[in-house]
Design a protein. Structure first.
Length: 310
């Protein structure tokens, strides 16, 4: 495992970022059974078989740039641009029903596995464009999506960025630590039913939004997967990246992923939070970074990814 210190990589960061590459960026789309998905493809003028990174977004209504109605981070846009400066092509996309990606599926019909299908469709798209060295990068929830897609398609490498190493229900219960004992008990009861595939109609007002009946089928389809098991099914090079000040996903999860794939490389970036920015441990100050799209990525992130991809 590597612990990357900000100070030790400043020189490296500024050195490798001075490269100049010819590149183009265009809006692209793929057709799926449930609608058209749109994204941005940055193509760098590279040698044959040069890598392209497919950036799979995290949970919630997240667009290709890493933004939503509530959160403005520009994390994926900055990630793609940072890779382009190093001559690495990338594709990032709006999730279904977000941004340009219009769909004909209702929330109650939507399943976690649809996200995997969409990621696979983008892999097929890149293959059709002549890319032969496809690197799948999944952020947060996108990490598990990427693991599953990478098992079913021919790709070169996989990167888990701030992904969980435990089933989603375990992580969600942990994130509710600090809530009243009554709420925590109800959440555990709810997940016990969902684990069995049973929906729950009667909910307390505090949990009605998160566990609304129309969203429960998605949760049922999501919590059946164990990331530690799925990452172990990959037979390609794997990089696991985690930030030491991530207040959403614990370092325990990064170590769980590493434990599932012993041949993987684990990098802990000191002072990086869940949205890939420099942030302190303090929860309030950390959360403020989620609403400032001008903040740059943590300076150690791009070098860590570039070193693995190339």
């Amino acid at each position: 495992m590597k612990h990357l210190k900000w100070a030790t990589l400043v020189v490296l960061f500024f050195t490798i970022s001075t490269n100049s590459w010819s590149q183009s960026e265009k809006n692209v789309k793929v057709k799926t059974k449930y609608g058209k998905l749109y994204g941005n493809l940055i193509t760098c003028d590279n040698k044959k078989n040069a890598p392209v990174v497919l950036i799979i977004p995290g949970s919630g209504p997240t667009d290709r740039n890493g933004n939503s109605v509530l959160l403005q981070t520009n994390s994926y846009k900055m990630l793609a641009e940072g890779l382009a400066k190093e001559g690495i092509s990338s594709l990032r996309y709006d999730k279904l029903l977000v941004g340009e990606s219009k769909g004909n599926i209702t929330e109650s019909e939507f399943r976690f596995d649809h996200n995997v299908e969409f990621a696979m469709a983008w892999i097929d798209f890149l293959t059709s464009k002549g890319f032969k060295n496809i690197v799948v990068l999944g952020h947060s929830e996108g990490s598990l999506i990427g693991m599953l897609a990478a098992q079913r398609k021919v790709v070169s490498k996989f990167i888990s960025l701030a992904g969980t190493g435990r089933p989603a229900d375990v992580v969600l219960i942990e994130q509710l630590t600090g809530q009243s004992s009554t709420i925590q008990a109800e959440v555990k009861r709810l997940f016990k039913h969902l684990k069995r595939g049973d929906q729950v109609e009667k909910l307390s007002p505090d949990l009605a939004a998160l566990f609304r009946p129309s969203a429960q089928p998605y949760l049922i389809s999501w919590i059946k997967y164990n990331p530690k098991v799925e990452i172990g099914n990959l037979e390609i090079p794997v990089l696991i990246v985690h930030g030491s000040t991530d207040i959403q996903v614990s370092e325990v999860d990064a170590n769980m992923q590493k434990g599932g794939n012993f041949g993987s490389e684990l990098v802990i970036i000191e002072g990086m939070n869940h949205i890939l920015k420099v942030a302190p441990d303090d929860k309030e100050e950390n959360t403020k970074t989620y609403f400032n799209p001008k903040l740059p990525l943590h300076p150690d992130l791009i070098p860590a990814i570039v070193g693995f991809v190339k």
